[in-house]
Design a protein around this ligand. Sequence first.
Ligand code: 4AD
Ligand code: MG
Length: 433
Amino acid sequence: MTVITIEQAGKYDGQEVTLKGWLYNLRESGKLLFPIFRDGTGIIQGVCSLKENPEAFESLKGLTQESSVIVTGNIRAEKRAPGGYEIGVTKIQVLQKVPESTPFPIQLKEHGVDFLLDNRHLWIRTPRQAAILRIRAEAIRAAREFMDSQGYTITDAPMFTPAACEGTSTLFEVNYIDDQKAYLTQSGQLYGEALAMALGKIYTFGPTFRAEKSKTRRHLTEFWMLEPEAAYVELDEAMAVGEGLVSAIVQGVLKNKPRELETLKRDTKKLEGVKPPFPCISYEEAVAVLNKNGNPAKFGDDFGGDEETIISSSFDRPVLVHRYPTSLKAFYMQPDPQRPELALAFDMLAPEGYGEIIGGSQRIHDYDLLVKRLHEHNLPEEAFQWYLDLRRFGSVPHSGFGLGLERTVAWICGTEHIREVIPFPRMIYRVYP
Ligand code: 4AD
Ligand code: MG
């Protein structure tokens, strides 16, 4: 008995194989049954005839959607079938039949998104969702391969932290042991800086948390961020790493997940050109682009989703925007020595309106300036003593950035909302299932 996955079916043309999976759909046509099976790697159409395989026919007839089955049969090429192959079913073993009284909630029809989200634990079984999660996995693999190839060591930042990193308005407070106060991390960056001083070039990759009250298609309260940080690296080099990273992710998905992109009906032409160099403009040039397109933005304004969409739609690949006004950005960002009202910061905006996928900067390495900034941002100096130590003991220029995994994957997949690209999304009014 040769057990294979549906993904491998093409290699077994003309052979008898066994598949372990679930019944995805069943069409009955008199003495012929046309089941569709899925096993997580793909779907395959089957044919079963009463005349040739009466036992299998009886087991399959009337079988309910998502019943678990072990299927034996012959693989053969069939141009019209999804995936190009079908299985002539000779034997069926039903492990669990979904009772007719409680059918699988997600049927092969349109459902409202709230219903789907309530049933997210089942929704992920559908081919589209499985394809998205495989693309997410490839994005992570390609990202890690790229960072490793650039000499960056993966390390981990803690999830419980004593203070804010990205402003106090989106902090999740946790009732830590014996009434000590702690917060869920908004970013691993500050720890990444300590690790960069220890190891040179590092990246962290893990969940981050923001009590985002905004209900948009780009915000989750729990999302994954990949955060490189490197000693002796300045703004331009950090931007180049970001550009290389995003290209590597997109090219990795194009190369290794073509079937999944096809399942999503993604227009891959729009992704093929995502290669360096990316266009690179200053914040002030971005304001000019906005004005030219009838948006009244002026120096000192932050860019919202609408502005990001206008800026990015002027380009066919992600755009790097650098040197934002210091007043808009985080306390740790290094001011431009030539123009201190500008921070040595950059964002990367994805095409097609997917917004900011990377935020990064060069960090302040001067002790006194950093203390001044902590005060200006009303941050508690005590909680940052360890962070200030990094400027007391061998401080060097250093830079890094954070790539938002879900925004990146949402863009690559072309999904409407980022909630579809994380297995179990956490949003303003959703922590179930
Ligand atoms: O621009 P942000 O806030 O930057 C930082 O957190 C830095 N400390 C990172 C660093 O320099 N190491 O967030 C970085 C990225 C954004 O560009 C966006 O892609 C993503 O994280 N992001 C979110 N993704 C989903 N939901 C949210 N609520 C997000 N907030 C930020
Ligand atoms: Mg940002």
